[in-house]
Design a protein around this ligand. Structure first.
Ligand SMILES: O=C(O)c1cccc(C(=O)CC[C@H]2O[C@@H](n3cnc4c(=O)[nH]cnc43)[C@H](O)[C@@H]2O)c1
Length: 244
C-alpha cells in the first residue's frame, strides 16, 4: 500500500475523486480516504501545514499501516535561477531542515555546525539533511519530463518561517543549494528514515522564493499539476515494481 500525504485538502481533492471504491476512515485526529487507483492500494491523508503536523501524521500512519512507500505531494516555492516556472514539477533529491540551528552575530549555524544530530541511526548521524528514495526519485523525474511538462530534481528545503524577502531567499539558497522551499517535507523524510520506509516527494511551483508579492502566486495551478503528475506516474506504472 502507498500512503499519500498532502498539507491541505485541496492538494489531494482530484486524487480522492479518482479512487475506485473510496472509503472514509479516521485514525486518531486524521481523516483518511482509502481506495484503489489502478492496481495500487492508496491511502490519502491531509496532515495540515508545517513540520509538527507532518511528523505526527507520518509517524502515526507508518505505525498503523506500514506502507511500502510514503509519497508527499503539494505546492512549493521555487528558488530563483533554478530553471523552474510556475506550474513546473520538482522532485526532491533530499530534504533539508533549513532553519534548524542558531542565528549568531556572525550568521546562521546549522545543526551540523553545532554537531547536534536531529536523528541518530546506528551507523549515521543526520543533521539537517535527510534522504529520499533516490532511484525512485530519478525514475519519477525522468518520466515526468515530456514536451508538455518540465520536471527538475534537486534538494528541497523545509522551513517554519517562509522566505518572504529577496535577502532571506538568497541566504537560504546559498546555505542549502535548494531548488524548492516548503514547510513539511523534511519532517516526512525524517520519519521515513527512522522507520526505513521509502519516501518520494513531488511538488509543483506555486510561487518563487522572493520578495513577498501574492499577485505573482498561482496555488490552484500548482495543486492541480502536482496531482496530475502523480496520476501520470501511476498510469506509467512507476509504483507497480514496488509490489512485485
Ligand atoms: O503568505 C505568504 O507569504 C506565504 C508564504 C509561504 C507559503 C504560504 C502559503 O499559503 C502556502 C503554504 C503551503 O504551501 C507550501 N509552500 C508554497 N510556497 C511556499 C514557499 O515559498 N515557502 C514555503 N512553503 C511554501 C508549504 O509547504 C505549505 O504547505 C503563504
Amino acid at each position: 500500500m502507498i500512503v499519500l500525504v498532502t498539507a491541505v485538502d485541496q492538494e489531494n481533492t482530484l486524487l480522492r475523486q479518482r479512487l475506485t471504491a473510496p472509503q472514509q476512515h479516521r485514525c486518531a485526529h486524521i481523516n483518511l480516504t482509502s481506495g484503489a487507483m489502478g492496481h495500487l492500494n492508496l491511502v490519502i491523508a491531509t496532515c495540515g501545514i508545517g513540520k509538527a503536523n507532518t511528523a505526527a501524521t507520518t509517524a502515526l500512519l507508518i505505525q498503523q499501516l506500514q506502507p511500502a512507500l510514503v509519497v508527499m505531494i503539494g505546492c512549493g516555492g521555487a528558488f530563483p535561477d533554478c530553471g523552474l516556472q510556475l506550474g513546473d514539477l520538482a522532485i526532491a533529491s533530499e530534504e533539508i531542515y533549513a532553519d534548524e540551528g542558531v542565528m549568531t552575530p556572525e550568521g546562521f549555524l546549522n545543526m551540523a555546525d553545532l554537531k547536534l544530530p536531529l536523528a541518530d541511526t546506528p551507523t549515521t548521524p543526520y543533521f539537517n539533511r535527510f534522504p529520499v528514495d533516490q532511484p525512485l526519485a530519478e525514475q519519477a523525474c525522468q518520466r515526468l519530463n515530456s514536451e508538455s511538462t518540465r520536471c527538475v530534481s534537486g534538494p528541497f528545503s523545509t522551513v517554519s518561517t517562509c522566505s518572504g524577502t529577496n535577502e532571506l531567499s538568497h541566504q537560504r539558497q546559498q546555505q542549502t543549494h535548494a531548488i524548492i522551499e516548503n514547510m513539511e517535507g523534511a519532517a516526512a523524510a525524517h520519519h521515513c528514515l527512522l522507520t526505513q520506509t521509502r519516501f518520494l516527494e513531488l511538488r509543483s511551483v506555486s510561487n518563487f522564493v522572493e520578495q513577498r508579492d501574492l499577485s505573482r502566486w498561482d496555488l490552484p495551478l500548482a495543486m492541480t499539476n502536482a496531482q496530475k503528475a502523480f496520476l501520470s506516474l501511476v498510469d506509467q506504472g512507476l509504483f507497480s515494481g514496488l509490489f512485485s
